[in-house]
Design a protein around this ligand. Sequence first.
Ligand code: PRP
Ligand code: ORO
Length: 213
Amino acid sequence: MVLDKDTAKKTAELLLQINAIKLEPENPFTWASGWKSPIYCDNRIMLSYPEVRNFVQEVMAKQVEKLYGKPDVIAGVATGAIGIGILVAEALGLPFVYVRPEPKSHGRQNQIEGYLESGQNVVVIEDLISTGKSSLNAVKALKEQQVNVMGMIAIFTYGFSVATSNFQEENVSLHTLSDYNHLIEQASETNYIQESHQQTLLEWKTNPQQWKQ
Ligand SMILES: O=P(O)(O)OC[C@H]1O[C@H](OP(=O)(O)OP(=O)(O)O)[C@H](O)[C@@H]1O
Ligand SMILES: O=C(O)c1cc(=O)[nH]c(=O)[nH]1
């Protein structure tokens, strides 16, 4: 669920401005899930743009306060949400941890890096949701440490029904700054997407899991 329409459009506008949205139907991207896709939203790029990362930091920090009051800890899903998670934690003056996809195979073999105590209230920051598997994998690791996961805020979601049901099944509340529908709305207003690509995106969105498989 997007926070509100203005934020969704503004976030989409900023992502388009910094060329975080890549369209390569001829040379499809492979996603974390293994799905092939003509589109890739690279939120990591925003860290290189102070005005954009300040916007995301401010909106996310405000939402954490509005939705969850004062959590004990902010957690970022590695690696995409480490940077943005730290920015949010910094804005709120809160501790920060990050969650790896799996425990390290050497060193201290941690999956969660940073200091966490059981019983703490944690808000998770994620950069992007496709199927939601990576994010929910991080939630699982946090819950195994006996913390209370209050909810998650992400920059962007494709809004796939599989993600919605995955979050529902795990009983995790998700809010996002923007989503695919607002991105496409914003992109068409600014003629960002050429006509042939618009057709490809329409076809892809009807069955993204099977596209080019
Ligand atoms: O919803 P999902 O289907 O799980 O896909 C989304 C995940 O994919 C990306 O991470 P990636 O695995 O590319 O790693 P990175 O964060 O280290 O770049 C992104 O940062 C999300 O965590
Ligand atoms: O599903 C993914 O791996 C994925 C998709 C996308 O658009 N951007 C991203 O960073 N990851």
